[in-house]
Design a protein around this ligand. Sequence first.
Ligand code: MG
Ligand code: MG
Ligand code: MG
Length: 305
Amino acid sequence: MSTYIFGHTSPDSDSIVGAMALAYLKNQLGEDCVPTRQGEISAETEFILNKFNGTVPELKTSYAGENVYLVDFSDKAQAPKDIMEATILGIVDHHKLGDLTTSTPLECWIRPIGCSNTVVKEMFDHHKVEIPKDLAGMMMCSILSDTVIFKSPTCTKVDTKAVKELAEICGVEDYKSLAMEMFIAKSAVNGASARNLNTRDYKEFDMNGVKVGVNQLEMVDISALDDRRRDIFEDMKLIKEENGLHTIIVLLTDIMKEGSTLYTVSDDESKIEKAFNTKLENSQVWLDGVLSRKKQVIPFIQPLF
Ligand code: MG
Ligand code: MG
Ligand code: MG
């Protein structure tokens, strides 16, 4: 019986490539593992897979009775619905510890660093397994994505070192310009529906029994969305209703200006104002220097519930 390896819902490049990389490593170590995904891949992930000859993992949303490894999350709200009927053999992640529990001992690699793929890179080094050229390129791009080309406050020396070593393996000298190309691919919004935009990098959190949804759009220039703001806002109201949320937040992150416009629809906007010590105007505010949801947004919202 194969073991499945997958990342969070609305998978980003770290979730897809992390599952592929961990599955490769586990297979080298003699475990029969298959990478899967819980949803459609993003334009950014497509760019990475095309660049380095990657195959899109199989879509699989139900795991009852299966053995699994989780990559890039440990929150139940970001897991398949039947996750409690699966056996979690391990977790490889770089987020806050979530609310998933296990009934058996597990292998746990959770580190406060910039990317799950950096953790997987450390696992390769630990086991002295060589990383194939193309896989190294995909892992490198995932780290450059999660760390916003090293600009995110989540980025550590471990991440920059991993990128340099992976760049060497895949033979890409100018990895920063490759990363810019990748972010430009990620920033394409032409023809995208408001729902597509609002769910591109959407995550739900259970905050002491209260549901909060946070989406993040990382772009090279958020002014490309200026004429879509009304649509985005109207659709946020619908998602809040449909998912029974207390609060929905959309972060429009400008990676060049290094900050985010935060939009919210909330049962209590004052909570958000308090979290960021600011005033909302038309339910929005520019937060200078805010690039990271996990480090600069969630930790300030969670204590309010
Ligand atoms: Mg992720
Ligand atoms: Mg990640
Ligand atoms: Mg991200």
